[in-house]
Design a protein around this ligand. Structure first.
Ligand SMILES: Cc1cc2nc3c(=O)[nH]c(=O)nc-3n(C[C@H](O)[C@H](O)[C@H](O)COP(=O)(O)OP(=O)(O)OC[C@H]3O[C@@H](n4cnc5c(N)ncnc54)[C@H](O)[C@@H]3O)c2cc1C
Length: 421
C-alpha cells in the first residue's frame, strides 16, 4: 500500500529520503515542506565521508557529486603573521588521515541543489499520476501535529490541514517537528551544547591564497579557518568558546544582531582582522549557530520520526553530520520499504539500526572541545608545539587506516527493496 508522507525540511536529507522512498514505491505520495521561500542552498564546505559516498553511489549520484567537489589540498596551521606552524595533507581515496580535508569535500549548497534536482528529475522520470510522487511546498512550515490511530493530522502555516500516514522531521538542529512531536522540554533538553559559537560566511579571495585550508588559534579561545580550494571566493569559519551572553542570545534575534554579536567578540583577533570583520558585516551568506549535539532516547513519537540533524546532529566539528543524515535517509527508507504497512515496526527497526551509527559519530565530547581552544598566548604556543609534533607523526603514517573505507559499505544494511540502480 502506498503511504502518504510529509517531510519537513528540504536540506540534505529531506530530498534524499524522498528519492529513496519514491524509488521503493513510485505510488507513495510524498510532500516536502520547506520554511525558506526558495531552496536554502547556502553554507560552507562539508565532508562526505564514511558511508556517505557509498550511499550516493547506490543512488547513482556519486559521479555527479564528485564533479561538484572542491579541490582542497590540505590544511596549514598558521601564526598571527601567517607563517606555517604545521601542515596536514588531504586524505586520498580510501585513506584516513588526521587533518581537515577528506576525500570528498563539497559546498553545502552544491549537494543540497544536486539532491533537489535529482529528486525533481526522478519524479519526472516516474511520470507520477496525481496524488503520487514528490511535491515541494516552499515558504511554509508546520504549526501543529495531532496523532490518532488514523495518522498524523498536520496544520500548516497557511492554515491548511491534512492527514498523513507518516511525518518525517528533517528540519535541522533547531527542528520544529521535534518540538511539536516530543514537547518543548524534551526538545530543549536534547540539545547538548559544546560551548562553541560558530559563524560561516564567504569573503573575497586574496592573492596567493592557494588551495590549502588555513587554521589559526587566536587568544581568548578563538579559532579561525579559511577554506579557499579552487573556488573564486574563500569560506570563512569563525569559532569561539567566549561565553558572551550577547552571542548566546543573538540566535533568537535578527541576523543583523547575530553579525554584531560576532563582530564584538572577534574585533580584536590577531590575524587578517579587517578581512574577517568586513565579511562578518557584509557577506550575503552569513550563517551562525551554537554548536551542539542532539541526543534523544527515541527517534520517533507515534508516526512522527526524526531524521538527520533534527534527531541526532553530531555537530559540525565531527565533520560527520552529512554522513549521518544520509545513513539515516537510507535506513529509514529501507526499513519502510521492508516492513510494508507496519510503519511503527519500521520506525522501531530504523531506531535500532541507527543507534550504532549515531553513537559512533557522537563520540566527540565538550571536554575535548575545551582543550582545543587555548585562551592565553602561552597556551597557544604550547598547542602549536603539540600540533607540529602531531603533524610530523601523521606525515610518517599517512596510510595507517587504509582499508577502513571499504568496511563502511559493509556496515550498511542491505535493502534490495529500495530498487537502487
Ligand atoms: C543554511 C545552512 C547552512 C549550513 N552551513 C553549514 C556549514 O557551513 N558547515 C556545516 O558543517 N554544516 C552546515 N549546515 C548544517 C548541515 O547542512 C547539516 O549538519 C547536515 O548536512 C545535515 O543535514 P540536514 O538535512 O539534517 O539539516 P539541514 O541541512 O540543516 O537542513 C534542514 C532544512 O530544514 C529547513 N527547515 C528548518 N526548520 C524548518 C521548519 N520549521 N519548517 C520547514 N523547513 C524547515 C531548513 O531551512 C533547511 O533547509 C548548514 C545548515 C543550514 C540550514
Amino acid at each position: 500500500m502506498p503511504l502518504n508522507v510529509l517531510i519537513v525540511g528540504a536540506g540534505v536529507c529531506g530530498p534524499a529520503v524522498a528519492m529513496l522512498l519514491q524509488g521503493s514505491n513510485p505510488q507513495h505520495n510524498i510532500t516536502i515542506v520547506e520554511r525558506s521561500p526558495t531552496l536554502r542552498s547556502t553554507g560552507q564546505q562539508i565532508d562526505l565521508k564514511n558511508q556517505a559516498p557509498h550511499i550516493l553511489r547506490k543512488m547513482g549520484l556519486l559521479d555527479e557529486i564528485k564533479a561538484l567537489c572542491v579541490n582542497e589540498t590540505g590544511l596549514e596551521v598558521v601564526d598571527s603573521a601567517g607563517k606555517q606552524i604545521a601542515y596536514f595533507g588531504a586524505a586520498a581515496s580510501g585513506e584516513r588521515r588526521i587533518g581537515l580535508t577528506s576525500e570528498h569535500e563539497i559546498m553545502r549548497g552544491d549537494i543540497v541543489r544536486a539532491l533537489y534536482d535529482a529528486s525533481i528529475k526522478q519524479n519526472s522520470d516516474f511520470k507520477a499520476s496525481p496524488g503520487q510522487g514528490i511535491t515541494y511546498l516552499f515558504g511554509q512550515t508546520i504549526t501543529c501535529l495531532g496523532q490518532s490511530a488514523q495518522g498524523v493530522d498536520v496544520t500548516f502555516s497557511d492554515g491548511r490541514e491534512h492527514r498523513y500516514d507518516l511525518v518525517i522531521g528533517a528540519d535541522g538542529q533547531y527542528s520544529r517537528t521535534r518540538r511539536l512531536a516530543f514537547g518543548q522540554e524534551v526538545s530543549d533538553a536534547a540539545f547538548k551544547s559544546l560551548g562553541v559559537h560558530a559563524a560561516y560566511f564567504s569573503i573575497p579571495r586574496i592573492d596567493g591564497e592557494g588551495t590549502l585550508a588555513r587554521g589559526h588559534l587566536a587568544p581568548g579561545r578563538k579559532m579561525i579557518y579559511t577554506r579557499t580550494s579552487d573556488r573564486p571566493v574563500t569560506g570563512a569559519l569563525l569559532f569561539t568558546m567566549d561565553e558572551s551572553p550577547r552571542l548566546k542570545a543573538s540566535y533568537k534575534e535578527s541576523v543583523e544582531n547575530q553579525r554584531e554579536a560576532f563582530v564584538e567578540v572577534f574585533k580584536d583577533m590577531d590575524w587578517q582582522t579587517d578581512r574577517f570583520i568586513s565579511g562578518l558585516k557584509h557577506s550575503d551568506d552569513f550563517y551562525a549557530n551554537e554548536l551542539g549535539q542532539i541526543k534523544l532516547d527515541r527517534l520517533s513519537a507515534g508516526r512522527v520520526v526524526l531524521l538527520g540533524d533534527a534527531g541526532y546532529c553530531p555537530s559540525p566539528f565531527t565533520g560527520l553530520g552529512t554522513n549521518l543524515c544520509l545513513v539515516g535517509a537510507y535506513v529509514l527508507a529501507g526499513e519502510l520499504a521492508r516492513q510494508g504497512n507496519d510503519v511503527e515496526g519500521a520506525l522501531r527497526c530504523y531506531e535500532e539500526k541507527m543507534r550504532p551509527f549515531i553513537d559512533k559519530c557522537q563520540q566527540f565530547s565538550s571536554k575535548t572541545m575545551g582543550a582545543l581552544f587555548p585562551s592565553s598566548r602561552l597556551g597557544i604556543w604550547a598547542m602549536h608545539n603539540l600540533i607540529w609534533a602531531v603533524s610530523k607523526v601523521a606525515g610518517l603514517f599517512p596510510q595507517s587506516q587504509k582499508g577502513d573505507y571499504d568496511n563502511h559499505d559493509e556496515r550498511l544494511p542491505k535493502y534490495p527493496e529500495l530498487n537502487l540502480p
